[in-house]
Design a protein around this ligand. Structure first.
Ligand code: B12
Ligand code: SF4
Length: 457
């Protein structure tokens, strides 16, 4: 239950300079998305239409591109973001998209606009690929080019969206009364890429194995300019360079910038640098997201997590000791039997209080493991189902039983959120909103098996 601004689109909009203009249409916040999209196209009559989003949103993007072809037939239509970056050959629809952008969209958009402005043919580079190109089929399994520095230095155009549409969950501190459980939030990116190689993660493929860091001054400047009190770091893994993170915290404290921060961190980093998290607590860090994945050694080794159950437990102790809220990400393997689910239940009890997220281990689209598992998928459109909640691999337990156990985990997690355990006072309307969303999600999980062929139930 967190909704973040369309940061990628805001950055790409930053590439559009006068005399051109740009608008963002975030359909995630529209009440009637298709109608909103049609209206935007008719009113604005764009020359270029760009789509982005998760792999699971590609099917929706195809439908929207069809609408764009009908309503603005002369517009150049391009598709960027995670899906064409990881699975370009899946996006070969010349009737819908003119161009694919793999990797950085900021520098790509600059090139596309320059070409259109000067009447040149649409560009064809390593990262801008016309869907009609004969070279298209050679892209299978190839990572996108590493992100260009433009993609990390450009200022996002937050003025093009309504920032009050975006929020996080804030659980406050023990005994505190909070004004809202869902404060407004802004995103800030400080780096791209991650040197770790967790087997289920596509980040190193997307970043082409590189790790790019933004100037600390620029990061602090962007944070200082924000109207929002909360900041979510949309890095792949924020605390990789601990010296740099120390500098950022010191600059924030030195400049008296008072914000609250949400960030991902690895448990081994927390264990080896507890003093850094103490410093960040002073700078305003409130919530740490950790990919614990499991408290079992063999699972962590299988995921190539490069962290141990002991480090996971110690990291939890350190953060609790500092009074920081924890978001604990735990992984469920399609191969799990009843006993394995009970082990995860045990981990939930041990880690609590925390906000819990459970994901189903699924090979990421575009990677070698995805291609290798292709014949075993239990759904026709695995990319559409790739949200780490739907399984794309066969489960050992019948699907109905699998998702019953999965739903139990979420119910156990919801009963152990920091706000409940710390007795934080939350406005009644926010409590109701939280409970309603939980009930809706629980129902979706309990009926999840119905989205698959009956033979798997
Ligand atoms: C922050 C983040 C989130 C945020 C949401 C971000 C948002 N605004 O919606 C939260 C925490 C909510 C989240 C949730 C999930 N996430 Co997430 N998330 C990320 C993360 C770490 C960074 C994304 C980001 O904002 N980056 C900063 C922006 C600026 O970079 P960017 O998106 O890459 O955009 C650049 C280019 O791709 C390109 N580009 C992007 N769009 C477009 C469009 C056009 C037209 C053009 C030309 C170019 C272009 O230009 C941009 C600038 O250079 C990525 C990791 C990653 N490396 O992508 C995972 C990632 C995107 N998430 C992923 C997943 C699976 C999920 C979840 C399904 C997981 C889950 N079950 O909880 C959910 C789904 C939520 C949903 N909406 O359905 C996967 C997606 C894989 C895939 N193939 O779809 C990733 C890649 C992580 C991973 N380890 O695999 N996520
Ligand atoms: S540490 Fe996080 S971002 Fe890095 S590879 Fe592992 S899961 Fe991906």
């Amino acid at each position: 239950m967190i909704r973040l601004e369309p940061y990628a689109q805001e950055l790409i909009a930053g590439a559009v300079q006068a005399p051109h203009d740009v608008q963002i249409c975030d359909l995630a916040v529209a009440k009637k998305p298709e109608q909103a999209f049609r209206k935007k196209l008719m009113d604005y009559q764009p020359d270029v239409v760009g789509f982005g989003g998760f792999s699971s949103q590609f099917r929706v993007n195809k439908g929207l591109a069809k609408i764009a072809r009908e309503l603005v037939p002369k517009a150049v239509i391009c598709l960027g973001g995670i899906h064409p970056s990881s699975m370009p050959t899946d996006c070969k629809y010349p009737e819908l998209f003119d161009l694919l952008v793999r990797g950085d969209g900021v520098s790509a958009m600059k090139e596309i606009l320059q070409a259109l402005e000067s009447g040149r043919a649409l560009p064809e580079t390593d990262w801008i690929i016309p869907t009609a190109s004969p070279k298209f089929d050679e892209l299978a399994g190839k990572p996108p080019p590493a992100i260009h520095s433009d993609g990390i230095t450009t200022r996002p155009r937050r003025d093009l969206v309504n920032m009050s549409d975006y929020f996080c969950i804030c659980y406050g501190e023990a005994g505190q009364r909070v004004k809202t459980l869902f404060p407004e939030i802004a995103c800030v990116r400080t780096s791209v890429g991650c040197p770790s190689r967790c087997s289920f993660c596509v980040v190193h493929f997307l970043a082409n194995g590189k790790y790019l860091q933004r100037e600390v001054e620029a990061v602090v400047e962007e944070i200082a300019s924000l109207k929002q009190d909360y900041v979510y770091f949309v890095d792949d893994e924020t605390f990789i360079n601990t010296k740099r993170m120390q500098m950022i915290a010191e600059m924030l404290i030195g400049r008296g910038i008072k914000k609250k921060y949400i960030s991902w961190a690895r448990s081994d980093t927390i264990c080896s640098h507890p003093e850094l998290f103490e410093l960040w607590k002073k700078a305003g860090l409130e919530f740490v997201y950790i990919g614990f994945e499991s408290l079992k050694k063999e699972n962590l080794s299988a995921y190539n997590k490069n962290a141990t159950p002991e480090q996971n437990r110690k990291a939890r102790e350190i953060l609790r000791g500092l009074g920081l809220n924890i978001h604990a990400a735990l992984m469920v393997n399609p191969d799990f039997d009843k006993e394995d689910f009970l082990t995860v239940q045990q981990a939930v009890k041990e880690i609590a209080p925390a906000e819990f997220a459970f994901t189903v281990l699924s090979p990421p689209p575009g990677t070698k493991s995805f291609m290798e598992a292709r014949d075993t998928f239990i759904c026709e459109d695995p990319c559409y189902y790739y949200d780490c909640i739907h399984t794309i691999l066969p489960t050992r337990l019948p699907l109905k039983t699998f998702y019953r156990y999965f739903a139990i985990l979420y119910a156990m997690g919801a009963a152990r959120i920091p706000a409940r355990v710390n007795k934080v006072k939350i406005p009644l309307r926010d409590q109701a909103r939280f409970v309603m969303a939980g009930v809706k999600f629980g129902w979706q999980l309990m009926t999840m098996h119905r989205r698959y062929d009956r033979k798997y139930w």
